[in-house]
Design a binder for this molecule. Sequence first.
Ligand code: GTP
Ligand code: SAM
Ligand code: SF4
Ligand code: SF4
Length: 310
Amino acid sequence: MLFDRYGRPFLKLRYVVNDECNYNCVFCHFEGQTRRQGVYLTAEDYGFVSTVFKSVGVTDFKITGGEPLLRRDIDLVVANIAKTGGVVTLTTNGFLLEKWAGRLSAAGLRRVNVSIHTVDPEKYSKITGTPPGFLRAVLRGLYEIKTRGVSVKINAVVLRDINTDRRSVKELVKLAASLDASLQFIELMPTGQGVQIFNQLYEPIETVAKIITELGGRPLGLRRELHNRPIYTLGGVAIELIKNYNNPAFCSGCTTMRLTSDGKLKTCIYAEPRVDLMPYIKARDVEGLLYAVKTALAQREPRFKLYSSS
Ligand SMILES: Nc1nc2c(ncn2[C@@H]2O[C@H](COP(=O)(O)OP(=O)(O)OP(=O)(O)O)[C@@H](O)[C@H]2O)c(=O)[nH]1
Ligand SMILES: C[S@@+](CC[C@H](N)C(=O)[O-])C[C@H]1O[C@@H](n2cnc3c(N)ncnc32)[C@H](O)[C@@H]1O
Ligand code: SF4
Ligand code: SF4
């Protein structure tokens, strides 16, 4: 296993597999990547790079984007990563899930995170920039993938006056319960487009924690291997609360790096890409790749620290 200078193990890799999207969410951080770089790793590249990362202790592979289901070979990407024996999960807006469900399940996808910030169709359209009917398609996809044996998690970005009242929280918990799914509430990050609407839509995650407690939820503990995220349980649903900005406890439990769609390793969502892995990946150069990864890891820092040495 590899560690950084702060004693944080490197356990999880986030693959940003493309830079295009069929939605236009008002808050999108785009995983800290610039849109429209256009160069993508191939499905075979992901198989190779995952084998190498797996050999040094990375066991959790997250596929994200852009919208990953827009890739025509997304099932092959999943299959090639799953072949390493690592756990593969994918985060999506869900619009194309119904179409992909069978193939993703067959490819070995373990879990899908589907972003549904509200079950109110009008509010959903407004914040995701989509026409009426899109939420219905997402819900169909969710039930389809569930019946194929893939676990589901619902992602809801916490947005003031959209989902920060008791009723909205209850509705999301009810939806998760009906799918035997878990649920996570994500605090809005002032990153990417999130900067422009931050003052208007930001609401601290504590507001949701309070509602969950008032509804009878209770804390279950912390997800220590990933960001020390608090987990609650309510109505049989496990609920993670993600306070991802200006939170030293979150960063101290950060075990993840990102690989941009054009093959650059980022040590933090806020860091500039540290090492270009593309030449090593294309050359299938295991030694060169590991050396580059260790170089990046040596420079890795928690973005938010309790005490700063500088
Ligand atoms: N600051 C920060 N936020 C992150 C990081 N990883 C994930 N997040 C936040 O978590 C949100 C949800 O991410 P997902 O792609 O669903 O995956 P995840 O929750 O990290 O992983 P799983 O729970 O294993 O599915 C993102 O929108 C980010 O706000 C990270 O490394 N740093
Ligand atoms: C960038 S998206 C990529 C995957 C996919 N397109 C989706 O929306 O699920 C990954 C996750 O980040 C969340 N997200 C986007 N912008 C955010 C922001 N400014 N703050 C917090 N979470 C955000 C999305 O809701 C989604 O759950
Ligand atoms: S949050 Fe996901 S669905 Fe929304 S615009 Fe960003 S990448 Fe697209
Ligand atoms: S160090 Fe903090 S801000 Fe950076 S990726 Fe990790 S959790 Fe996110």
